[in-house]
Design a protein around this ligand. Structure first.
Ligand code: ATP
Length: 582
């Protein structure tokens, strides 16, 4: 009798009379007849895939099963003793994971509430999983909402799980073999299953974003850190590269967020993210939404170096892009310089890298060598280098390679003559020189013989000083990880102070300041008082003579005390015309 009524009701919907049920039920009934050619009078049993098919589906969904496991387990504990069964299906509707009571296993299997059953709408008719896959929304398909007569005792509540790019990845379903007749009896099941799906998406995004910034949101400050509602992951330039479904709905009413810049979606830029980290009181971490509303935000810094975003792929061009692009964030001058360096790297053109002390000339030279894939690497500090030092350095070198000549401006005249001869003897050796002196001054001030200068400066690369770079925030994070490990973080005020400094000692000074700050910080958070004073750094410059005296004019010791290298000390001694006491 009930079955007859069910078939009639479906026929009425097909005639255009709404059933009064949820609209997704009517729509699904119509699809079953009009699209899949199903017959409501038939009573087809559950559709179970073959063992081989099941293995293939499970293998493909392996990552999702892993990500969802603990969410499923805790959901199952929440509904323990209420005869619910939990199914995780893949995006095609095949059940790949299952939690249910062993007592009812046979019955559950017969009903298709078990591993390997296929709940796609075109096979199973109107059902929770099938309707969820088609609509992309959470649904409850209760008792005779089901199309097929075989399933009209079941109550199935299903929520979609999307991957971080917004593709449907799985469906989480909570079902009962027998249930009370009002559909509203399943409202709690609906809340539980949607919350569990949201947490699985969150866990998934977090697992995939260890190398990226993640920004999590909650409308209530109490839950921001423990159970946020939504999250996005961002690349170094602040573009969204992953989002949970809730974030898509919260920030762009369901339109994809992928590729959009965070400052076009929210009242903040990527540089503001550190202000939203956990060390700041939750109530202060307010983020303005585009529609005028506001939520609370929690930013999580990358836990490992970010992947290179250029040249994805494993070609040698990628390797070059990787090593060079890792030297800068989004600073336009550095961007141009690195693009130029990338093109020059594989050539034999002698390079002269100019820039202030500590600005990263040596680092760039090494990166160019690595990108060139050109055999051996020989490095010589030219400050005070004797001809014999050069000969020794090159004694074992044969074949292609790079000769790094650091502080070329301090090369003594005798050694300069020998260098020219050594370059003749090693035609495969490509010289890369570094200089803190302007290229024009190298010749005009007779720091280098003109012939040698032209021989060494096939192309000149100018590194900007740190105070002129626009990627200081990026560098701060990078050096913080390198100098202090992944754990350490800066309070917003410490960060603001570092961003405001002039950095006359450039990246070397920044590294030294972070070393001191890490040593002084009492926890994993670096605060304002942990930062060495600017005047301490300046004093170092001014008190060179006093420090040299204190170190018995031992250059290496003085260099360590000052946080610079030996040749810089030599240069400063010359500049200040200091003389060691007799
Ligand atoms: N892009 C970078 N990212 C992170 N650290 C960097 C970068 N460039 C340089 N550094 C660090 O800054 C410090 C100074 O760099 P480097 O020795 O290359 O400077 P330099 O210009 O050659 O200095 P100098 O002229 O005094 O010899 C080093 O500790 C280096 O590791």
């Amino acid at each position: 009798m009930v079955e007859h009524h069910h078939v009639e009701e479906i026929a009425q919907v097909l005639d255009g009379h709404p059933s009064g049920r949820d609209s997704y039920v009517d729509a699904s009934w119509r699809r079953c007849v009009e699209l899949y050619g199903m017959d409501p009078t038939r009573s087809d049993p559950a559709h179970i895939v073959t063992d081989a098919e099941f293995r293939a589906h499970r293998e493909q969904a392996d990552w999702m099963i892993g990500a969802a496991r603990s969410g499923l387990q805790s959901l199952f504990r929440q509904v323990a003793g209420q005869n619910y069964v939990l199914l995780l299906t893949d995006a095609k509707g095949v059940c790949v994971d299952f939690f249910g009571d062993d007592l009812f296993l046979d019955e559950l299997r017969r009903a298709g509430l078990y591993l390997g059953s296929n709940w796609s709408e075109e096979l199973a008719g109107t059902c929770g999983v099938g309707a969820c896959i088609v609509t992309g929304e959470p649904v409850t398909v209760h008792q005779d909402d089901h199309f097929g007569n075989a399933h009209t005792l079941l109550s199935c509540t299903s929520a979609p799980i999307f991957d971080s790019l917004g593709q449907l990845a799985a469906v989480l379903d909570i079902s009962l073999l027998r249930s009370p007749s009002p559909k509203s009896s399943q409202n709690l099941a609906m809340s539980l299953v949607t919350a569990a799906a949201r947490r699985v998406e969150m866990a998934n995004l977090m697992a995939a974003s260890r190398r990226e910034w993640v920004l999590r949101f909650s409308s209530s400050p109490e839950f921001l850190d423990v159970d946020p509602e939504a999250a996005v992951s961002l690349d170094g330039s602040g573009r969204v590269i992953g989002a949970t479904r809730a974030a898509t709905q919260m920030l762009s009413r369901g339109d994809s967020l992928i590729g959009r810049r965070i400052d076009t979606l929210l009242g903040l830029s990527v540089d503001d993210l550190p202000d939203l980290m956990r060390d700041r009181p939750t109530e202060e971490r307010v983020v303005a939404l585009g529609d005028g509303g506001a939520v609370f935000g929690h930013a999580i810094a990358p836990q490992a170096p970010r992947r290179s975003q250029t040249n994805q792929g494993s070609t040698s061009r990628h390797a070059r892009g990787g090593v060079l692009s890792a030297l800068a964030g989004s600073d336009p001058t550095m961007g141009r310089l690195l693009a130029q360096a990338e093109r020059l790297a594989p050539t034999h053109v002698p390079l002269l890298i100019c820039g202030e002390s500590g600005s990263g000339k040596t680092k760039l030279a090494r990166a160019i060598h690595m990108a060139s894939r050109r055999g051996g690497f020989v490095s010589v500090d030219c400050a005070g280098a004797q001809p014999e030092d050069l000969r020794q350095a090159l004694a074992a070198q044969s074949g292609p390679g790079t000769l790094l000549l650091r502080h070329i401006e301090d090369l003594p005249t005798d050694t300069a003559r020998v260098l020219a001869g050594l370059l003749d003897a090693h035609p495969d050796l490509r010289p890369i020189s570094t200089s803190a002196t302007e290229p024009s001054d190298l010749v005009s001030q007779e720091r280098l013989p003109a012939t040698l200068y032209f021989r060494l400066s096939g192309s000149v690369l100018d590194i900007p000083p740190l105070r002129e770079r626009q990627d200081l925030g990026w560098l701060l994070e990078r050096l913080l990880r390198r100098h202090c490990g992944g754990e350490m973080r800066l309070t917003p005020s410490a960060r603001a102070e570092l961003l405001a400094r002039e950095w006359p000692g450039n990246l070397r000074e920044l590294g030294n300041v972070l070393d001191v700050a890490c040593a002084l910080a009492e926890s994993t958070v670096i605060d304002l008082p942990d930062l060495p004073d600017v005047t301490e750094t300046r004093d170092k410059e001014q008190d060179l003579e006093a420090i040299l005296d204190a170190c018995d004019w031992n250059m290496a010791r003085a260099a360590r005390r000052l946080g610079v290298n030996r040749s810089t000390v030599l240069r400063r001694i010359r500049k200040q015309a200091l003389r060691a006491p007799d």
